[in-house]
Write a new protein. Structure first.
Length: 489
């Protein structure tokens, strides 16, 4: 079978091949975090922008850890197939927005040299929260974070993402070049201000003058991103091959729905991302709040309750009638904490979410979503629960979701089989669970006492604690399927 490369493009039909000549457009974006989501989201939007308006906005994409995807893309001239999987069939589109790929673990100095290219006007990132090393409470870096500590010790040979950004900006300044806008595309509240605070916190520790320059000159626009992108499997490559008639070792599959809301703050210009449907606003926070609480909060509920009920995929969980009732209840409750959003019908958004979760073509693993719970729950579950507590709204949806996470944190499924929590605080969680045993009250006490995690107002609320303990007791004693049935009834 022929491999997907630039030579093959003329043989692909219109609508599948890029609607422009990729080789005629130079790179203007450096991206850190070359995963499936980036290829399904930012690369997709950039492809649409190039197809409509052209411009030197192709992407130099960097994998911070692995080399496999980098090697696959380089062998394919940066091309890859995006397979959109909907209830009515699959659709393929070859994306030409990636100009080249680099592996930071292998090409670190080459990655840093990209910062010195004047044509690079934007740096985008998708690396997940735990990779940054943020201390959200103090809006600073966490000096004890493994990557942060290593890069503070050798700031001109960085391996972590914050260290790479600071050293790259130092080189940019030394070359007397205007700095790029730095756009975080991770699911974090106020991701622009948070990234700015982390970069400044690191820079102040290594070069105060550099920190001052960054504070005055570098833009950190915020954004909200949304597109369900399951982990790539062997089946992904087979689907791409069937649709385009060529082998593709970098194919990605995703849902038809996509959303990108971006703060308009790009001093050196930007691609016409609105060609792909991006929306530019002055304040991203309300949209971010809607997505984190309604979509991501419900996703976490599905992940923990669904996984422990034996549902491998989100679509399977949504076929569980009782769990689907609880998901709908959770989204409705979260919507009540969002407030009005201009141009957004929250009830229609809720209906869209339920349909997206139930999409039979998307194999999104509950175990994949369940990872990094201590990083995700504060924004997804605790924040709306705190608002509900203040307003006197029903606490049951949030109590059930948190209890499901606590049950998941025991690290044992219904058959007594152990699994990795895949959480940055896994050791702390293991110690808390070991100390508490199988007692619901003790487990609630231990997990709500984790430092810098649980909001005091929820922890000290008798009503919320009681709601947690009673639901967790059923999960531990009767199993998650029975807990779901009882809660839905």
């Amino acid at each position: 079978m022929t491999r997907l490369t630039a030579k093959l493009l003329p043989q692909l039909p219109e609508g599948v091949r890029p609607a422009y000549d990729p080789a005629a457009q130079a790179a203007g974006i450096l991206h850190l975090g070359l995963g499936a989501f980036h290829r399904a989201h930012q690369a997709f939007y950039t492809d649409a922008a190039l197809a409509r308006d052209g411009g030197d906005w192709r992407i130099l994409a960097v994998s911070l850890r692995s080399t496999e995807t980098v090697d696959a893309l380089r062998a394919q001239d940066g091309l890859f197939t995006l397979v959109e999987r909907g209830p009515h069939g699959d659709r393929a589109q070859v994306i030409g927005a990636v100009a080249d790929a680099l592996a930071a673990a292998r090409d670190s100095q080459e990655v840093l040299a990209v910062f010195e290219r004047p044509e690079i006007r934007i740096v985008t990132l998708t690396v997940t929260e735990k990779a940054y090393g943020f201390d959200r409470a103090s809006m600073d870096i966490e000096p004890g974070h493994e990557a942060i500590a290593a890069d503070l010790a050798a700031p001109q040979q960085p391996r972590g993402v914050i260290g790479l950004l600071v050293e790259g900006l130092r080189r940019r300044r030394a070359a007397d070049l205007r700095p790029p806008a730095i756009l975080c595309c991770d699911n974090l509240p106020e991701n622009g201000p948070l990234l700015r605070a982390g970069v400044l916190g690191f820079a102040r520790r290594v070069d105060v003058d550099l920190a001052e320059w960054i504070a005055q000159e570098v833009a950190f626009p915020a954004s909200m991103v949304d597109r369900i992108t399951p982990a790539t499997t062997d089946e992904t490559a087979k689907r791409a091959q069937a649709l385009i008639g060529a082998d593709d070792a970098a194919a990605v599959e995703t849902e038809p729905f996509t959303q990108w809301v971006i703060e308009e703050n790009f001093p050196q210009g930007r691609p016409s991302w609105e060609a792909g449907g991006a929306v530019f606003v002055a304040d991203v926070a309300p949209f971010e709040r809607m997505k984190l609480r309604m979509l991501n909060g419900a996703h976490s509920l599905i992940a923990y309750a669904g996984f422990l009920a034996g549902h491998a995929y989100v679509r399977d969980a949504m076929s569980d009638a009782s769990l689907a009732v609880l998901v709908d209840r959770h989204i409705r409750a979260a919507a009540g904490t969002v407030g009005r959003l201009e141009g957004i019908d929250l009830d229609a958004y809720r209906a869209d979410l339920l349909a997206r979760f139930a999409n039979p073509a998307i194999a999104h693993q509950t175990y994949q979503i369940a990872m990094d719970g201590t990083e995700k729950l504060p924004q997804r579950i605790f924040a709306p629960a705190t608002d509900a507590l203040t307003s006197g709204a029903d606490l049951a949806p949030y109590a059930f979701a948190v209890a499901a996470w606590m049950c998941y944190a025991t690290g044992r499924d219904a058959k007594g089989k152990n699994y990795d929590l895949r959480d940055p605080r896994e050791d702390e969680l293991r110690r808390a669970v070991l100390h508490a045993g199988n007692d619901a009250s003790a487990l609630v006490a231990a997990l709500t006492a984790l430092p810098s995690f649980f909001p005091v107002s929820l922890r000290d609320s008798p009503a919320f604690r009681h709601a947690l303990e009673t639901r967790l007791a059923v999960m531990l004693d009767r199993g998650m399927p029975e807990a779901i049935r009882r809660e839905a009834a």
